[in-house]
Design a binder for this molecule. Structure first.
Ligand SMILES: [Zn+2]
Ligand SMILES: [Zn+2]
Length: 142
């Protein structure tokens, strides 16, 4: 895999890569992301699924998104690290754990979403877009 944008788990077994920069970046405060990432929120970069080059074995965790549409989180089958998720409502996009992406990638979120489920200790910086639930726009479509 020689795509520029590459995310991988701690042990390196599960990886996904893309040729082009993400089409959207969000900080998600929903409970599912909290559960899966083990953190109070998840930094997510959305890439075009069609550009995906994936390798390694994953464990799939099926969930239902806020819209009622299925989503599937994928963790490394060896080290259990969460690397990416497929979200049915976001057809054509893949949500990748931004902290798993190496340089030259830089996380620059355009909004904080699902702030209604935000962990109490988390402070959202002022001057950023916030949405209590899913954003009113579809990432990647202007
Ligand atoms: Zn791993
Ligand atoms: Zn979430």
């Amino acid at each position: 895999m020689n795509n520029t944008f590459r995310a991988q788990c701690q042990c390196g077994q599960l990886a996904v890569s893309f040729a082009h920069a993400p089409v959207a970046q969000l900080v998600c405060h929903c409970r599912d992301c909290q559960t899966i990432s083990g953190l109070p929120y998840a930094n997510v970069a959305f890439f075009k699924t069609e550009e995906r080059c994936a390798q390694g074995q994953f464990k799939a965790i099926d969930m239902k998104g806020g819209s009622g549409k299925p989503k599937q989180y994928r963790r490394c089958s060896k080290c259990n690290d969460f690397v990416y998720a497929t979200v049915d409502v976001l057809t054509g996009l893949l949500g990748v754990a931004a902290d798993k992406l190496g340089p030259p990638y830089e996380f620059k979120p355009m909004a904080h979403v699902w702030t209604s489920e935000k962990a109490p200790e988390v402070e959202i910086p002022s001057g950023v877009f916030q949405f209590p639930k899913a954003p009113p726009f579809r990432p990647g479509k202007q």
